[in-house]
Design a protein around this ligand. Structure first.
Ligand SMILES: CC(C)(COP(=O)(O)OP(=O)(O)OC[C@H]1O[C@@H](n2cnc3c(N)ncnc32)[C@H](O)[C@@H]1OP(=O)(O)O)[C@@H](O)C(=O)NCCC(=O)NCCS
Length: 199
C-alpha cells in the first residue's frame, strides 16, 4: 500500500476583525513597512532597534521563508486596514512548543498610534495562537520604559508576570523588561474588539 502523504497546513487562516486583517508579509511590503519598522521613535524600545531598508528587506525575506517552513513556527504578520492591502503595522508570533507562543515586534504606523487600533491586532494574533494553533499560553516582553505599549498590551489580555534585564544584539542595547502573559481562557472570555470606528 502506498502511504498517504500528509501535508501540514501552511496557509494562514483568515484573521479579520471589522476593521483589521492580518496577512503574511510579501517581499513587496518594503515601502509600506519603511515608515513602521524604519521609524526611529516607534522602534526605540524594540529588541530589533530601528531598521534600515536592508534590514527591513531581510526581515521580509525571513518572514516569507519561515511562512513556507513545515512545520511552521514563525508568524511575522502584516496588519492591514480592511479593504486596503498595504500594511500599517505588524506583529509576530513564534511557536515555542506545543503549548506556548511568544509575541513581539508589535508596531503600528505613527498615524495610528493612540487611536485604539492595538486591541484588534492583539486579539487577532491571539486568535491565531489559541483558536487556530491550539496554544494555551502566549507571553511577551516590553521595555519597562515603554509605558504606552505596556498599557496597550494589558488592554488585550496580557498580565505582567515579572521583570528581567536582557542584552539584545540586534539593537546593541541592554533593556529592563516587563514580562507578560495571557492564557487561552482569558482570551476566550474577551469580546471581539470592534475597533475605534471609521478612520
Ligand atoms: C505598541 C503599540 C502598537 C500600541 O498601540 P497604541 O496605539 O499605543 O494602543 P491603542 O491602539 O490601544 O491606543 C490606545 C490609546 O489610544 C487612545 N484612543 C484614542 N482614540 C481611541 C478610540 N477611538 N478607541 C480606543 N482608544 C482610543 C486611548 O485613550 C489610548 O490612550 P491611553 O493609553 O493614553 O489611554 C504602539 O504604541 C506602537 O506601535 N508603539 C511603537 C512600537 C512599540 O513600542 N511596540 C511595542 C513592542 S512590545
Amino acid at each position: 500500500m502506498i502511504p498517504t502523504q500528509i501535508h501540514p497546513l501552511t496557509t494562514l487562516p483568515v484573521l479579520e476583525t471589522a476593521r483589521f486583517r492580518l496577512r503574511d508579509h510579501r517581499a513587496d511590503d518594503l515601502d509600506a513597512m519603511r515608515p513602521v519598522w524604519g521609524d526611529e521613535d516607534g522602534m526605540r524600545h524594540l529588541s530589533t532597534g530601528v531598521m534600515d531598508d536592508t534590514r527591513i528587506r531581510r526581515r521580509l525575506d525571513e518572514a516569507v521563508a519561515t511562512a513556507a517552513a513545515v512545520p511552521r513556527r514563525h508568524y511575522q504578520l502584516a496588519a492591514c486596514l480592511r479593504g486596503d492591502d498595504r500594511p500599517v503595522g505588524g506583529i509576530r508570533l513564534d511557536v515555542e512548543d506545543a503549548s506556548t507562543g511568544y509575541s513581539g515586534v508589535f508596531t503600528m504606523a505613527r498615524h495610528l498610534r493612540g487611536s485604539g487600533c492595538a486591541p484588534d491586532i492583539g486579539w487577532l494574533m491571539l486568535k491565531l495562537a489559541f483558536a487556530e494553533l491550539g496554544l494555551t499560553r502566549v507571553w511577551s516582553m516590553t521595555s519597562v520604559a515603554n509605558t504606552d505599549a505596556v498599557r496597550a498590551i494589558t488592554r488585550f489580555g496580557f498580565t505582567p508576570t515579572g521583570e528581567t534585564e536582557r542584552y539584545f544584539a540586534e539593537a546593541g542595547t541592554t533593556m529592563r523588561l516587563v514580562t507578560m502573559e495571557v492564557l487561552a481562557d482569558t482570551w476566550r472570555a474577551m469580546p471581539v474588539p470592534t475597533g475605534p470606528g471609521p478612520a
